[in-house]
Design a protein around this ligand. Structure first.
Ligand SMILES: *Cc1c(COP(=O)(O)O)cnc(C)c1O
Length: 464
């Protein structure tokens, strides 16, 4: 092994690539990529040598292997969500059930009848695949699935209200986070928003006065991520539907996180179901596939035959259509809903929502010694906390849960040390994501099921 302390002693790219330790790297990753990485490694070594650092030749090999691995590792990869937010938009929202994963693999592997009618032997319609189950589960006449719920709202408004007016209550002109703001979506859909009522109070008569010859439809938006309390009044679905229908207008509801089952049956707070919203008089309901439904990213529109047919004729439907893998997963998830008695077991979202606190506490008790072992200078204890659903469902109600609380009694700069601790957990092979609160790093264990995998992963923890 030789010491490299001047640029002259650096090997050439060719010589570095001929090293026996590089053979399998070349075989696995191809000459093009490895050569490019070798150039980068040598160039950066050259700069460092000029700055007075020195290397052993083995360091260059290690750097090259690491560089190649970094280049080929997928940017999108699994993490462990211990934030306490079940449907975390930044962490990919719903985890899919096993049956959906199998269905996706089966359809991804080869050809399918995505748009082919096997019986008739001619062109078929991809939108037919999820329709039967969606109609059965919601009581709707027709259903249409698109890329996500933002697309569902955009497409619905563009199809039914282009160059026309849509009155919406001022209390429902919401921002969902990121780039979804109801007024912006309406503008892009080509319709004119007519603000009705006030922030805290909107009455039926406010809608009556807003309706004119240019009105296309009435719309209600489920205020997903906040709740106005105090002196408030909103117009409920039944009343709005009546007003709309009296004027011969369709009434549509954006439920956001609509659910297909009564969550009270599972001991959870009530969330409006799609079926009861249709029953209250909505002609169309839009909701997400990957929120409370617990499925793949999708936007689902259900409701009247005429309106869905009209939406399907909009050329934008083609631009927003779902892919075959989404449709395969969605069908498998919907199928679970046909058997409500096993749903809480099979569907991860509902399994985690209904997970017993004692069960989470037992897990916490088992994990404490391990975490203590890896975080020697920290205090690790159990904390009673609350999880939240996230993605706008159940804005106020919180779920009792258990977290591991990692802290240090006398931190000089608590913010900085905790940030470094949190970063160390994020640098694990499977990054572990918690939340910092009250001078501690909290790991809410509600969504942790793979205890063995979690412990194996922890072995790689290196604290600063
Ligand atoms: C989440 C949400 C949306 C957007 O749904 P995506 O599936 O994220 O596109 C639209 N409207 C409401 C009320 C929501 O809660």
């Amino acid at each position: 092994m030789s010491i490299i302390d001047t640029p002259k002693k650096l090997p050439s790219v060719d010589r570095l690539l001929k090293d026996v330790n590089i053979a399998s790297l070349l075989y696995d990753n191809g000459e093009l990529l490895v050569t490019q990485c070798a150039r980068n490694v040598l160039e950066s070594a050259r700069c460092q040598v000029l700055a007075g650092k020195f290397f052993e030749s083995n360091d260059l090999i290690d750097n090259l292997i690491e560089d190649v691995h970094r280049a080929v590792r997928p940017s999108l990869r699994p993490v462990i969500n211990l934030t306490g937010t079940l449907l975390h938009t930044n962490l990919g929202r719903a985890a899919l059930p096993t049956s959906a994963i199998h269905a996706m693999i089966e359809i991804a592997q080869g050809a399918s009848n995505l748009e082919f009618d096997v019986i008739a032997g001619k062109r078929g319609d991809r939108h037919k695949h999820p329709e039967t189950l969606l109609c059965q589960l919601t009581g709707a006449e027709r259903a249409l699935v698109v890329n996500n719920n933002a697309a569902a709202v955009l497409l619905t408004l563009n199809s039914l209200a282009l160059r026309k007016e849509v009155p919406v209550s001022r209390g429902e002109l919401i921002e969902i986070g990121g780039a979804f703001r109801m007024p912006d979506i309406m503008a892009r859909a080509g319709c004119k928003l007519i603000e009705v009522g006030t922030t805290n109070r909107t009455h039926g008569k406010d809608f009556e006065t807003a309706i004119g010859s240019k009105t296309a439809l009435l719309m209600k938006v489920h205020t997903s991520n906040f709740e106005i309390q105090g002196f408030t009044k909103s117009v409920d679905e039944t009343e709005l539907a009546k007003i709309a229908h009296k004027h011969d207008l369709p009434f549509i509801t954006d439920l956001g996180s609509g659910t297909l089952v009564n969550l009270e049956d599972y001991g959870l707070p009530h969330e409006p179901t799609v079926r009861e919203t249709l029953f209250a008089g909505a002609d169309l309901v839009t909701f997400s596939g990957d929120k409370l439904l617990g499925g793949p990213q999708a936007g689902i529109i259900v409701g009247s035959r005429d309106l869905i047919e009209k939406i399907k004729r909009n050329p934008m439907t083609r631009a927003l259509r779902p892919d075959k893998i989404t449709l395969a997963a969605l069908h498998a998830v919907l199928k679970l809903y046909t058997n409500p008695s096993t749903l809480a077991e099979e569907l991860p979202t509902l399994r985690w929502l209904t997970r017993n606190v004692l069960d989470i506490e037992e897990l916490a008790t088992r994990l404490i010694p391990t975490i203590r072992k890896y975080c020697k200078n920290f205090q690790v204890e159990i904390e009673h906390t609350h999880s939240q659903v996230g993605s706008g469902a159940m804005p106020i109600d919180k779920l009792e849960s258990i977290a591991l609380r990692i802290s240090k009694p006398k931190l000089r700069r608590p913010g900085k040390e905790l940030k470094m601790l949190a970063k160390a957990f994020r640098q694990l092979p499977i990054p572990v994501i918690g939340r910092i609160s009250n001078d501690a790093l909290l790991f809410d264990l509600r969504c942790l099921e793979d205890e063995v995998g979690f412990n194996n992963n922890l072995r790689q923890l290196t604290l600063p």
